[in-house]
Design a protein around this ligand. Structure first.
Ligand SMILES: Cc1cc2nc3c(=O)[nH]c(=O)nc-3n(C[C@H](O)[C@H](O)[C@H](O)COP(=O)(O)OP(=O)(O)OC[C@H]3O[C@@H](n4cnc5c(N)ncnc54)[C@H](O)[C@@H]3O)c2cc1C
Length: 371
């Protein structure tokens, strides 16, 4: 998590808190919603900011595709608050089962969507279930917690290479995680999931991790062109199709590059590369030079399976084509990637300090947060 106010002070930009709610392209202004305190009182009234060039990078949220009952009965992991709620809910369920009178203890977790988020979450939950006995929970353990990973497509990790998907599937099965593929969910109720083939799966905890969509307000943003999942359509220079002064990148933008069968994927590495290109374009624009076209380089993908292992494929500099990595090496790359993100944000020295701090905290705190 980045404290933008501090980051801005240290990196020569100005940070304005506020939620974008409107745009006036003629007047070149944006509208920010009022800022309220926890009692609902207005601290700062709605305000307008003017711009010469506007860059939109508002990300995405989970897409439940309007599935009946999903919004009501599933948990989502888009924000820190949602993640905290999921954590609290899970701990309460563990406690409930631990002290239940019944001798039949069983907690069923269903994760809908076997992309990287779903796969990683399934492995993390299995790891957590194996740690419980070290923290005084003796009646509930891995044998009482069933985890099912559900995917509408034919295989898990559909956006990644098939080899990777099979390797991850093999590891998940070793962890006693049930993997259900070709199982589109049609409805969710308080107790169960209903599938298109008429079958049903009971689960107390249901997490929706399938697909993304850009925020709805983008489709009503003063006539900017959007696709069916509200992403702003941009050209190869990341400029929106209907306004030369407005750019968009990251998850909230749909960017097609020549010769590609799919748009640039909604991933951190794509957003990062687009930011670097846009930075050059904005400088070029000020100097009256031509925009830099965006070129996407897929450096590969890594999927962590908690402390057990990781699987991934690396592309580009280290290998010609793609190179499959698994186990300790893949985990090392995974951890390095995280540090690379920190390096991009904070620089070498601070990332070193953060790493040192993390090592110290690891020695003091448990790996699992049980409160
Ligand atoms: C659980 C999870 C795990 C993931 N794991 C990976 C992974 O391992 N590898 C990977 O490559 N990608 C991963 N992703 C995807 C990755 O996080 C995104 O592709 C990436 O963050 C997109 O960057 P972005 O800048 O477009 O959007 P974001 O990083 O989402 O940033 C958008 C920002 O805009 C703010 N915002 C939204 N609406 C408004 C508004 N109206 N006004 C003002 N601000 C607003 C948001 O609060 C947010 O801070 C994961 C995503 C999730 C949810």
């Amino acid at each position: 998590q980045v404290d933008f106010r501090v980051h801005a002070q240290q990196h020569y930009f100005e940070y304005q808190p506020g939620r974008l709610t409107g745009l006036n392209r003629d007047q070149k202004t944006i509208t920010l919603a009022p800022i309220k305190n926890s009692a609902g009182e207005t601290v700062v009234a709605e305000r307008h900011l003017s711009y010469d060039t506007l860059v939109l990078a508002v990300g995405s949220t989970t897409n439940d595709f309007g599935t009946k009952g999903a919004a009501e009965f599933c948990q989502f992991l888009d924000s820190q608050e949602q993640a905290r709620r999921f954590h609290r809910n899970l701990l309460n369920r563990y406690l409930q089962e631990e002290f239940a009178d019944s001798s039949e203890r069983n907690l069923r977790v269903a994760i809908i969507g076997a992309g990287a988020t779903g796969v990683e979450l399934a492995a993390e939950l299995r790891y957590a279930s194996q740690q419980l006995e070290y923290y005084g929970l003796h009646h509930i353990g891995p044998d009482n917690i069933s985890i099912s990973l559900i995917e509408a497509g034919e295989r898990i990790l559909p956006a990644l290479k098939e080899r990777l998907s099979s390797a991850a599937c093999r590891e998940l099965k070793k962890l006693n995680i049930e993997v259900l593929t070709s199982k589109p969910v049609t409805e969710i109720t308080g107790q169960s999931l209903h599938f298109a083939d008429g079958s049903e799966l009971e689960a107390e905890i249901k997490v929706w991790a399938a697909g993304i969509k850009a925020p709805t307000f983008l489709s009503e943003l003063d006539g900017l062109e959007t696709n069916r999942i509200n992403q702003l359509k941009v050209d190869a220079t990341l400029r929106t199709t209907r306004d030369d002064s407005i750019y968009a990148f990251g998850d909230c933008a749909e960017c097609w590059l020549e010769g590609n069968e799919r748009p640039v994927p909604p991933r951190a590495q794509a957003a990062h590369q687009q930011a670097s290109t846009l930075y050059k374009t904005l400088i070029a624009k000020l100097e009256g030079k031509a925009a830099h076209p965006f070129v996407y380089k897929d450096h590969g993908s890594l999927v962590s399976l908690s402390d057990y292992t990781a699987v991934g494929s690396l592309m580009g500099n280290l290998s010609k084509g793609s190179m499959m990595v698994e186990g300790k090496l893949a985990r090392l790359f995974y951890v390095s990637l995280y540090r690379m993100h920190q390096y991009a944000l904070h620089g070498f020295f601070k990332t070193g300090l953060i790493w040192l701090n993390d090592r110290l905290m690891k020695a003091i705190h448990s790996r699992m947060k049980l409160h």
